[in-house]
Design a protein around this ligand. Structure first.
Ligand code: CP
Ligand code: NVA
Length: 317
């Protein structure tokens, strides 16, 4: 990794994986692996001593909140949990004013919100890096943890086949598509009609895949999508903010459960990923998520390590 690439990451926003080159993503993952090893060996790495991350949450979170907060502490810094219920955003203060004010206090802002435009707006007005902690459209920090987990279990990314079954039009499907192709992994997505991935993001992924030799397949056929997959992924059928549609979604996704019968079409040594929280008996059976192919808790742990690398590369001097 050249000095120039490192400099490009410094003070950059982390809004979606498509904003980063394959080389930058690889560098962030290598940094995460190094820092994870240091952490396991008890070697301190206070790269963000005295720095503060403001974390705005407009939706619930277990993993994102805890991993960012613990990550900042392990880096020698501090994180502020700012629930939109308690700060003035919840009473209508604009994102632009919030961005300008917070930038006077903190060294970085992480936000979990609904509209992706809100994150873009915040980033436009903030003078410190903004990190996307999930929007309706993208969940890029989760996918960095997913890529790290795949490297640990498969020893590589390029040349593998990832398959995602379920809601193709959600944050996980979109970020997985971007992350997979940038890493040189083929991705196949199986979703019912009406739940196909966002067209623009799909086009961008197909374009990005041309640079790395990775392909994108979108289909309604789960068996076709999962055939010979190295990595099988799913996500909830009803994402945060869609609760009113949950009965309809249960019905629409009925044939798209990840179960042992479906996984019999994947490679024998496939691994199963799910960002969590999961609904056993809906998008995945207990046999699969609690079975020998599942690495979901390694994946959850890797939120911490992947994000620490991102925080270090964006915020450290
Ligand atoms: N996977 C994930 O983002 O989990 P939380 O919603 O608990 O943060
Ligand atoms: N697609 C899910 C991911 C949760 C981490 C949601 O947005 O609710």
């Amino acid at each position: 990794m050249s000095e120039a690439t490192k400099l490009q990451l410094k003070q950059k926003d982390f809004l979606q994986l498509d904003d980063f080159s394959s080389e930058e993503i690889k560098y962030m993952l290598e940094t995460a692996l190094e820092m994870k090893t240091q952490q396991k060996q008890g070697i301190p790495h206070p790269h963000l001593s005295g720095k503060v991350l403001g974390m705005i949450f407009e939706k619930s979170s277990t993993r994102t909140r805890v991993s960012f907060e613990v990550g900042m502490l392990q880096l020698g810094g501090h994180a502020l949990f700012l629930s939109s219920r308690d700060i003035q955003i919840g009473r209508g203060e604009s994102l632009s004013d919030t961005a300008k004010v917070l930038s006077r206090y903190v060294d970085g802002i992480m936000i979990r919100t609904f509209s992706h435009d809100s994150v873009e707006e915040l980033a436009k007005h903030a003078t410190v890096p903004v990190i996307n902690g999930l929007t309706d459209l993208q969940h890029p920090t989760q996918v960095m943890a997913d890529l790290l987990t795949i490297i640990e279990h498969k020893g590589k990314l390029a040349g593998l086949k990832m398959c995602y079954i379920g809601d193709g039009n959600n944050n996980m499907a979109h970020s997985l598509m971007e992350g997979a192709v940038k890493a040189g992994m083929d991705i196949s997505i199986a979703s019912p009609a009406g739940y196909l991935p966002n067209g623009k993001i799909t086009e961008r992924a197909i374009e990005a895949g041309k640079q790395t030799g990775a392909s994108v397949m979108i289909t309604n056929d789960s068996v076709k999508a999962i055939k010979d997959a190295d990595v099988v992924v799913t996500d909830v059928w009803t994402s945060m903010g869609q609760e009113e549609e949950s009965a309809k979604r249960l019905n629409d996704f009925a044939g798209y459960q990840v179960n042992e019968e479906l996984c019999a079409h994947a490679k024998e040594d496939y691994i199963f990923l799910h960002c969590l929280p999961a609904h056993r008996g809906e998008e995945v059976t207990a046999e699969v998520i609690d079975g020998p192919h599942s690495v979901v808790f390694d994946e959850a742990e890797n939120r911490l390590h992947a994000q620490k690398a991102i925080l270090k590369l964006l915020l450290a001097k």
